[in-house]
Write a protein that binds this ligand. Sequence first.
Ligand SMILES: [Zn+2]
Length: 244
Amino acid sequence: MSLRGPDRRARLLGLSLAALLATSLAGCGGGPAPVPEYGSTPLPTGGAIHVVQSGETIWRISRRYGVSVDSVVQANGIQDVTDVRVGTQLHIPDPADPEGRRPVLAPPAPDPEAIDRAVRDLGLEFGWPVRGSLNSRFGARGRSHHDGIDIDGRKGAAVVASESGRVIFADRLGDYGNVVIVKHVGDWSTVYAHNKRNKVRKGQFVEKGDLVAELGDSGNASGAHLHFEIRRGRTPVDPLRYLP
Ligand SMILES: [Zn+2]
C-alpha cells in the first residue's frame, strides 16, 4: 500500500491516532492481518507491564516471560499468588526468553470475556451506527482480516455515534475515504468509514445517537456502505458482540 496523499497525511497525525490506526489500513481493502498488540507494554527499564487476563496464573505469566515466579511476586508485592485479579498490571522485571534474548513481549491473545467485563465496568453501551443490512462480518477475509463490519445503506443516510465520546479524527484516510473516529471512556473507540461527508469536527463531543456523518462510498468501497469498527486500544474487536 502506498503512502502518498491521504495515507501519508494520516501518518503525520498525532501519536495516539497513529497508534490507534497502526493496524487499520487492512480494512475493507484487504492487506496483511494486523499484529495484535495487547496486554504488555515495554518499559524503558527493559521490564514489561503485563495486564492479567482471565484464566491466567502467576506461574503461567512468569513462564511466558521467562522469569521466576518469585521475581514477579517480589516486584509487585503480591501477598497471595492465587488471588491476582483480571486487569491487574504486573511489572515483569527483566523478561527473557529461553534463548536469552530480552525483552520478550509476546502479547497474549485478547480474552473475549475479559473484554466484555471491561465494557460492562465502564458502562459502555454501543448502539447501531446506521440502519441497514449487514453485508460483511468481522474476521478473516481470505488471507487478510476485516477489522470491522460493513452495513449497507442508502447513500446520504445518517450515520450516528454508537456511543458518546470525543471526535479524535474527522478527515480523509486513504482507502477508508472520509473517516470519523470517536474516542470513548477507557481505551475504547469507534471508527466510521467510507462516509459521503463527515458531519463533525475533530475535538467535538458527541452524544450517543448524534449525527457524525452521511453514509457513502468514499475511498476503496464497492458500494455505499458504512465500515464500522470498535477498538479497544489498537485492537479491533467484533462489533457484533457489543451491538444490541
Ligand atoms: Zn469494511
